[in-house]
Design a protein around this ligand. Structure first.
Ligand code: SF4
Ligand code: ZN
Length: 313
């Protein structure tokens, strides 16, 4: 970035926020980023004072940035711990676990590690077309179960404005209106066994998180998951709109958050109405068997019964 100077200290800038019309150097950028995250959390009541917060950390830039920034801005007296889920994808998962352990030591934050294999299968075993959807089901299940079993008030994830805008656009185009409730920056628990979920980085972009991780010199998993799709057309579409219309992504996710909170009371009552218990594992479910147990049964069946079976940890 030639000839552009930091608007705060005059040193060479590493980035320009077109939305905020500000250029920043590597030293001033992290404080600006932290102030933005703190403002999101306060403005949208994403986390409350004194809460026990479990941070889901994969080792990628978004979750690494999330763990570090929450530690840095913790004037809310949160009790923070990290959760890493080892998905059992081979070397990739081993490296991810190593990165998260390194981060935990560096920022002195306790770490809980859960192995998907302890539930009877791994993501490698999920030989299905929609492997990422299966992975999402497994992660959501383990996050909720672990948070509840350890008495956390809320689970936070590193979802970015890019993730939310792409997913929302895809669902709007597909006519799936039920997506709306999934996009609240804070989704309150609607049953005793369901832990509140929150997304403190919902207004931040992947690029902002990447810069923060790099400026703070944090450990980072650089490799891509071996099962990651080669491209994400919806994210590309969002980036192209942003390129032509600065501020689109942020305004879009804020609009979605507003719509979601307006729609929430009615929908939540609906959710409570269909809230039951899985007959296999006892977790909350809208049908007799929850999505996770169905997934596990399918993977075990597809493996021809050769897989090991274990009890729930
Ligand atoms: Fe899971 Fe890998 Fe897909 Fe991410 S890319 S959802 S880690 S399978
Ligand atoms: Zn179940």
């Amino acid at each position: 970035m030639r000839d552009v100077r930091c608007d705060k200290c005059g040193k060479p800038a590493v980035t320009t926020f077109r939305t905020y019309r500000i250029s920043l150097c590597e030293a001033c950028y992290p404080r600006f980023y932290e102030a933005l995250v703190r403002r999101s959390i306060k403005r949208h009541c994403i986390l409350r004072e004194n809460e026990r917060v479990l941070i889901a950390v994969s080792g990628g830039k978004d979750s690494v940035a999330l763990a570090h920034v929450l530690k840095k801005i913790n004037d809310f007296n949160w009790s923070l711990e990290m959760l890493h889920i080892n998905l059992g994808t081979g070397e990739y998962s081993d490296r991810a676990e190593k990165v998260v352990k390194e981060l935990s030591e560096m920022i002195e934050m306790p770490l809980l590690t859960v192995n998907l294999a302890d539930f009877g299968f791994t993501i490698k075993d999920a030989r299905m077309r929609k492997r990422c959807a299966a992975c999402g089901t497994a992660k959501r299940y383990i996050m909720n179960r672990t948070a509840r079993m350890h008495g956390f008030d809320v689970v936070v994830t590193g979802h970015t404005s890019d993730d939310i805008a792409a997913f929302a656009l895809k669902n709007i185009v597909g006519g799936n209106i039920s997506w709306i409730l999934k996009f609240k920056p804070r989704a309150e628990s609607f049953a005793e066994s369901v832990v509140t979920k929150a997304r403190p980085l919902f207004e931040r972009t992947e690029e902002e998180n990447r810069l923060y991780v790099s400026a703070e010199n944090l450990p980072l998993l650089e490799d891509r998951c071996p099962f990651a799709p080669h491209r994400d057309d919806w994210k590309d579409i969002v980036r192209e709109i942003e390129r032509r219309k600065t501020g689109f992504t942020q305004n879009f996710v804020r609009g979605i958050a507003k719509l979601a909170s307006e729609a929430s009371s009615e929908e939540t009552i609906g959710e409570r109405g269909v809230c039951g218990v899985c007959s296999v594992c006892g977790e909350v479910s809208s049908s007799d068997v929850c999505a996770f147990c169905k997934l596990r049964a399918r993977i075990v069946r597809d493996a021809g019964g050769k897989m090991w079976r274990r009890m729930m940890p």
